[in-house]
Design a protein around this ligand. Structure first.
Ligand code: HEC
Ligand code: HEC
Ligand code: HEC
Ligand code: HEC
Ligand code: HEC
Length: 238
C-alpha cells in the first residue's frame, strides 16, 4: 500500500498531464494557427513570381538582393498602386474575390517591363504562347493560399459591405491609417480595398502572398458574436 499510493498519485498526475496535453492540442488546433508539421503551406511558391508590391503597393521596388530599383531616367521605380478590386473584381459582389485572367496581365505586360525579366518572359509565353519555349497560351495555374475546408461557406461580399459601412471602420483589423484617410467617402464609408487587411494583412507589401491570419472557426465566430451576425452552424457549414 505504502508503495501503491504514490504510484497511483503519480499515475493520476500522469493521466491528467496527458489529458491536459491532448485538450491543449485540440483547443490550439481548433482556434490557433494550423501547425506547420501538418504540411500547412502558408506561402506557396507561385508558377509566376507575381509581386503585389509592384502592382498594389506604391513604395520603391527592390531587386532580389534588396537594392532599390530605378527606371531608365534614374527615377525611383515604385509600385503603381492599383486598387485591389482592379484585379479581384468580384470581391464586392459575390462569394469569391476572383483571380484575374492572364489577358488582364498581358494588356500591360505586352509592353511594360524588361524583355530580360524571367518572370515576364514566362508570363508573355503563357499569355501569348511561345513556340521556342514550347508553351501554349493558356491560363496560369495559381496556387491557392487561403482555403477553408470544403464544409465551410464564406462570402466576401457580406464582409466587405459590413466593414466598409459608415461607423464600422473601427472594426477593420491591421488598419492602414493612410489608406483609410485617402479612401474615406463623404458619408464615412470607406473603399473596399481598405477592409481586406482584416483577414489578409498587408498584401500590398508582400512579394509572395502569405496567409497571416489563422482564419479558424474561433476567429470567425468571435466577430460574428460581437457584431450580431448569425452564429448558427448552418450560416457557415453546408
Ligand atoms: C494586378 C492585379 C492584382 C492586384 C492589383 C491585386 N492582386 Fe491580389 N492577386 C493577384 C494574383 C494574380 C493573385 C494570385 C497569385 C498570388 O497568390 O500571388 C493574387 C492573390 C491574392 C490573394 C491570395 C489568394 C489566395 O489564393 O488565397 C489575396 C488575399 C490577394 N491577392 C489580395 C489582394 C489585395 C488585398 C490587394 C490590394 C491591396 C490585391 N490583392 C491587389 C492579382 C492582383
Ligand atoms: C496596369 C498595368 C499592369 C497590370 C494589369 C499587370 N502588371 Fe505586372 N507590373 C506592372 C508594372 C508597372 C510593374 C513594374 C515593372 C518592373 O518591375 O520592371 C510590374 C511588374 C511585374 C512583375 C515583376 C517583373 C520583374 O522583372 O521583377 C511580374 C512578374 C508581373 N508584373 C506579373 C504580372 C501578372 C502575372 C499580372 C496579371 C495578374 C500583371 N503583372 C498585371 C504593371 C502591370
Ligand atoms: C472577413 C475576412 C475576409 C476579408 C475582409 C477579406 N477576405 Fe479574402 N478570403 C477570406 C477567406 C476566409 C478566404 C478563403 C475562402 C475559401 O476558401 O472559401 C479568402 C480568399 C480570398 C482570395 C482567394 C479566393 C477567392 O475568393 O478568389 C482572394 C483573391 C481574396 N480573398 C481577396 C480579398 C480581397 C481583395 C479583399 C478585400 C477587398 C478580401 N479578400 C477581404 C477572408 C476574407
Ligand atoms: C470582422 C468581423 C467578421 C469576421 C472576422 C468574419 N465575419 Fe462573417 N460576417 C460578419 C458580419 C457582420 C456578417 C453579417 C453581414 C450582413 O449584414 O449581411 C457576416 C456574415 C457572414 C456570412 C453570411 C453571409 C450571407 O450573406 O449569407 C457567412 C457565411 C460568414 N459571415 C462566414 C464567415 C466565416 C467562415 C468567417 C471566418 C473565415 C467569417 N465569416 C469571419 C462579420 C465577420
Ligand atoms: C462564422 C462561421 C462559423 C460558424 C457560425 C460555425 N463554424 Fe464551424 N468552422 C468554421 C470554419 C471557418 C472552420 C474551418 C477552420 C477550422 O477548422 O477552425 C470550421 C470548422 C468546424 C469543424 C471542423 C473542425 C476541424 O478540426 O476540422 C467542426 C466540427 C465545426 N466547425 C462545427 C461547428 C458547429 C457544430 C457549429 C455551430 C455550433 C459551427 N461549427 C459554427 C466556421 C464556422
Amino acid at each position: 500500500m505504502k508503495i501503491l499510493i504514490p504510484v497511483l498519485a503519480f499515475g493520476g498526475i500522469g493521466v491528467t498531464a496527458v489529458l491536459g496535453f491532448v485538450m491543449v492540442f485540440i483547443i490550439t488546433a481548433w482556434f490557433g494557427n494550423p501547425l506547420p508539421v501538418f504540411g500547412f503551406d502558408q506561402s506557396p511558391v507561385q508558377p509566376i513570381a507575381f509581386p503585389h508590391t509592384a502592382h498594389a503597393g506604391s513604395e520603391q521596388l527592390v531587386d532580389a538582393e534588396g537594392n532599390p530599383r530605378f527606371d531608365a531616367d534614374g527615377n525611383p521605380l515604385t509600385g503603381i498602386g492599383l486598387d485591389c478590386t482592379f484585379c479581384h473584381r468580384t470581391v464586392t459582389s459575390t462569394n469569391v474575390a476572383g483571380i484575374p485572367p492572364v489577358e488582364t496581365c498581358i494588356t500591360c505586360h505586352r509592353v511594360i517591363g524588361s524583355t530580360q525579366s524571367e518572370p515576364l518572359k514566362l508570363l508573355r509565353a503563357m499569355g501569348l504562347g511561345d513556340e521556342k519555349l514550347g508553351i501554349d497560351a493558356g491560363p496560369i495555374q495559381w496556387k491557392r493560399v487561403h482555403r477553408l475546408p470544403d464544409h465551410v461557406r464564406f462570402v466576401h461580399e457580406a464582409h466587405i459591405r459590413f466593414l466598409t459601412a459608415p461607423g464600422n471602420t473601427d472594426l477593420i483589423v491591421n488598419r492602414d491609417e493612410a489608406a483609410i484617410a485617402a479612401g474615406t467617402n463623404a458619408d464615412g464609408s470607406v473603399v473596399a480595398a481598405v477592409a481586406c487587411s482584416t483577414c489578409h494583412g498587408d498584401i500590398k507589401s508582400q512579394t509572395q502572398v502569405a496567409q497571416v491570419e489563422p482564419l479558424k472557426m474561433g476567429h470567425c465566430v468571435d466577430c460574428h458574436r460581437k457584431n450580431d451576425a448569425p452564429t448558427d452552424c448552418t450560416t457557415c457549414h453546408f
